[in-house]
Design a protein around this ligand. Structure first.
Ligand code: ADP
Length: 481
């Protein structure tokens, strides 16, 4: 990997403002080639406890800083990310596999959360409430919850950390970040820039390594007052159980099973454009990726054929290759799951319109795939495929589409394409999802609240709401006046 600033590439743990080794290491690999990229210091329970202690110590002074000071450091951190956009993107493509242009886009997206929360840091207002007694006054203030543990996935190795760290640090909390073991290099590069931005020792710590040991240390600590997690619903459930003992606050951003409904009155070209962006971005590995295309019968053939044409034209390549549009899947387990879902769908009557097999590039590359005649019995109807597979279902009426869309325990994102204004309102209100894209396939932005309903999680990230999850409300009654 050629970097303009090789100092961004760190393989140690970042605890209390220091770069530390550990007794053992683990290997990070490039998913496009399977080749080893780096040996990373492997944190366990002890290192995590040290990071928690550092964060606790740092909290005492960080919370007392002027909001303006915290804001300035967050803003500087964001600027530094943009100054090093190329290098950060190269690190990301190397360890995560996404095309370099997408990686650059993620760097900007990740930096936007730091900028956003730099601004929000200054707007944590309280209230004065008209009192219920003549000789008393009621005040409401907001205070940081304390030390926060952030557990993040590999699909957005920078943005999932900054979305949490930006809000936490703005609120006055300190943080211990546990990145996914597939993508620790992005997290440590972020720590290099945090240090350069002047963020004091202990405020932002990074421990990658033994997932179970780190998880247990974070979850069993009574110092850690909140966990913000992005990942699978299974792990989210486990963390929720583990949080019970110390009644930790939780923000959970879990799996999805996003429907994408195309009504007869939709504009096909726009719908296909949105479908491509939402389905094949990051090789289908985002929690808001479409998992089910529900298409009304009058437009079914036209839409599915246009989608297959667009999907089969995607350039599948190593993320560093010129014009690459779809990279590899993250690992063998991801490839196995995609293969199983496709085989199951074909067995149950699914018709392959394009793709349906491993790509000739080998490794974990898979062809962009479109399957017509999908039905609710197929595994890809109820499970998140997390790969470049578009399964298309047929429906007749609006009521049927809504019932199908909501027939899942998940409720993160939903999309639909329609022009009739009455239908737009009815469907938008009826969909059980935290995020609804109407005639639009890309919904992620730092200015809007991101999060799910049902078993897709709790809490919201980004936007003016995102900081609330890191604040406690305190009410003071001043009597004897
Ligand atoms: P994915 O399938 O996307 O990898 P996971 O939920 O397994 O989703 O992983 C998301 C994050 O949660 C990663 O950082 C992973 O290491 C972490 N993780 C997985 N299992 C645990 C656990 N038992 N305790 C704490 N963190 C965990």
């Amino acid at each position: 990997m050629q970097l303009k600033h090789p100092a961004l590439l760190k393989t140690q743990l970042y605890i209390d403002g220091q770069w530390r080794d550990a007794a053992t290491t683990f290997t990070v690999r490039n998913p496009a080639s399977g080749e080893p990229l780096a040996e990373i210091a492997k944190a366990g329970g002890d290192e995590t406890k040290q990071a928690i202690t550092a964060a606790e110590r740092a909290f005492a002074s960080w919370r007392k800083r002027l909001a303006r000071e915290r804001s300035q450091m967050l803003r500087r951190w964001s600027e530094l990310m943009l100054e090093h956009q190329e290098d950060l993107a190269a690190i990301m493509t190397s360890e995560q596999g996404k095309p370099l242009t997408e990686a650059k886009g993620e760097v900007a997206y990740a930096a936007s959360f730091l900028e956003w929360f730099a601004e929000e840091a200054k707007r944590v207002y309280g209230d004065i409430i008209p009192s219920h007694k003549t000789d008393a006054r009621i005040l409401v203030t907001k205070q940081p919850v304390g030390v926060v543990g952030a557990i993040t996935p590999w699909n957005f190795p920078l943005a999932m950390i900054t979305r949490k760290a930006g809000a936490a640090l703005a609120a006055g909390c300190t943080l211990v970040a546990k990145p996914a073991t597939q993508t620790p290099l992005c997290a440590s590069a972020l720590a290099v820039l945090a240090e350069e931005a002047g963020i004091p020792a202990g405020v932002f710590n990074v421990v990658a390594g033994d997932t179970r040991a780190i998880g247990e240390a974070l979850m069993s600590s009574r110092t850690v007052r909140k966990i913000s997690f992005t990942g699978s619903t299974g792990t989210g459930r486990l963390l929720m159980r583990q949080a019970a003992d110390s009644i930790k606050k939780l923000s959970l951003e879990l799996g999805g099973n996003a429907p994408f409904i195309v009504f007869d009155d939709a504009d096909i070209e726009t719908a296909v454009k949105g479908a491509m962006a939402s389905k094949y971005r990051n090789t289908g590995q985002t929690c808001v990726c479409v998992n089910r295309f529900l298409v009304q019968e009058g437009i079914y053939e036209a839409f599915t054929e246009a989608l297959a044409k667009a999907a089969s034209g995607l350039r599948v390549a190593d993320g560093f290759a010129e014009g690459a549009e779809q990279g590899p899947l993250i690992n063998q387990a991801a490839l196995d799951k995609v293969e199983e879902h496709v085989a199951d769908a074909v067995k149950l009557g699914g018709k392959l319109l394009c793709g349906g097999k491993r790509h000739t590039l080998g490794g974990t590359f898979y062809e962009p795939t479109v399957i017509a005649d999908a039905n609710p019995q197929m595994r890809l109807a109820s499970e998140e495929t997390f790969g470049p597979v578009a399964a298309c279902y047929r429906f007749k009426t609006e009521a049927e589409a809504i019932a199908l869309a909501n027939d899942t325990e998940f409720g993160l994102a939903a999309y639909f394409y329609a022009r009739d204004i009455g239908r737009v309102w009815r469907v938008a209100e009826a969909l059980e999802a935290g995020i609804v894209g109407i005639n639009e396939g890309l919904i992620s932005t730092e200015v809007a609240p991101f999060g799910g309903v049902k078993e897709s999680g709790m809490g919201r990230e980004g936007s003016k709401y995102g900081i609330d999850d890191y604040l406690e409300i305190k009410y003071m009654l001043m009597g004897g006046i």
